[in-house]
Design a protein around this ligand. Structure first.
Ligand SMILES: Cc1cc2nc3c(=O)[nH]c(=O)nc-3n(C[C@H](O)[C@H](O)[C@H](O)COP(=O)(O)OP(=O)(O)OC[C@H]3O[C@@H](n4cnc5c(N)ncnc54)[C@H](O)[C@@H]3O)c2cc1C
Length: 339
């Protein structure tokens, strides 16, 4: 086991915030057998690392770090309308989306350019531009951290919600997702989803009237590149906070003082409010404390301007939470996993 894990590895290249903390022990699992061996033989609690795009590292990681690097994409069955595609947990999500489009398989194009691994996608039910993983999800295979046994989770068993699943709640830390199987549409059966206004506008700008899945993907990529900082240029973890979901009565009270408050329905008697708007209204867009900052274009994104530590970003995130609480009486919670 000793020679399986490397000692004292910097995690800076492995997290999109670009935080320089060390892993006392680090192992990249390229096969399911590797993963089982590492899980069963390394002592104590394990730290599972995917693409590092949804985590803030505030300290040295003393638990053995297991980096998920399982590869492979295969079509496991196909009818005239649909294809079941199984993707290994360590495949990059965006590379998989590009693969789907190249093979004329639809359903994931609106989720182009979301960073991270495909194996992590079910953990928070990733989503963007009107589509969530659960809309294409068929099942996933996961390995028990304690026994090394593999089991399948169905759509129902995953209990997906807004940026939420059973993997973040009841069975948090108990399973490593080794592959995700999705049901994608085939040529002639795609359901183009341009309900999000920005996509329609971008397609118009591109001069496209009858978009194909590849056009939607290109439009989403263009919008995202214009709005979100590229982690390779400016460290970040995407949306740092979740959009708060409020009871309708609370929301209506808020509306009296802030009639311009944007909002979206979120199920019976609940309303979703954009956290980025709240942060912006508190005057925090572009706010900076040393190298930790709120992004100048998108207030929902916290950024590392260079040498911020995880604690610097965490301190800033608490300041942002306090300001929103004081100004609007709304509590916003991190979407990012803090370690
Ligand atoms: C610029 C930017 C834009 C983003 N935009 C979006 C967006 O539009 N929509 C969205 O939903 N998200 C978005 N995100 C967040 C992020 O991309 C997703 O949450 C992604 O699924 C994280 O994957 P990862 O492999 O990087 O996870 P990591 O950060 O490596 O891990 C996240 C958590 O999952 C656990 N984990 C990792 N792999 C596994 C596994 N195989 N099995 C079980 N647990 C595991 C980790 O232990 C950790 O707790 C964005 C991030 C960035 C940086």
């Amino acid at each position: 086991m000793d020679n399986l894990f490397q000692k004292n590895v910097s995690l800076k290249p492995y997290n999109t915030f670009g935080i320089d903390v060390k892993a006392a022990q680090f192992f990249s699992a390229k096969t399911v057998e590797d993963l089982r061996e590492a899980l069963l033989n390394a002592p104590g609690e394990k730290f599972i690392l995917g693409g590092g795009s949804n985590m803030l590292l505030t300290r040295e990681i003393t638990s053995p770090v297991i980096h998920i690097a399982l590869k492979g994409i295969e079509i496991i069955s196909q009818t005239k309308e649909k294809a079941l595609v199984r993707v290994a947990g360590g495949e990059s999500w965006h590379e998989f989306v590009l693969w789907a489009i190249a093979n004329d398989l639809g359903g994931v194009e609106n989720m182009s350019l979301i960073p991270g691994n495909t194996g992590t996608a079910p953990v928070q039910n990733i989503g963007a531009y009107g589509v969530e993983l659960k809309d294409v999800f068929h099942s996933c295979e996961a390995m028990s951290v304690s026994t090394g046994d593999l089991r399948t989770f169905t759509l129902e068993e995953c209990q997906f919600g807004y940026r939420d699943s059973i993997f973040k709640r009841e069975i948090k830390g108990q399973y490593v997702i080794t592959s995700v199987t999705m049901e994608l549409t085939t040529k002639g059966h795609h359901k183009i989803n341009t309900a999000y206004g920005a996509i329609t506008n971008e397609l118009e700008r591109m001069g496209i009237n009858n978009p194909e899945i590849g056009d939607v993907s290109r439009a989403v990529i263009a919008i995202r590149q214009s709005k979100l900082p590229d982690p390779a240029q400016l460290g970040n973890s995407g949306s740092f906070f979740k959009n708060p979901i409020l009871p309708k009565a609370t929301f209506e009270k808020l509306l009296e003082n802030s009639p311009e408050l944007p909002h979206y329905p979120a199920g019976t008697d609940m309303v979703k409010v954009p956290a980025g708007w709240l942060i912006d209204q508190c005057g925090l867009k572009g706010y900076r404390e040393g190298d930790a900052g709120v992004h100048e274009k998108q207030a929902l994104v916290l950024v590392n301007h260079g040498n911020a530590s995880g604690s610097d970003i965490l301190r800033l995130s608490r300041y942002v939470q306090e300001k929103v609480q004081q100004t609007y009486g709304i509590s916003i919670t991190p979407e990012v996993n803090i370690f």
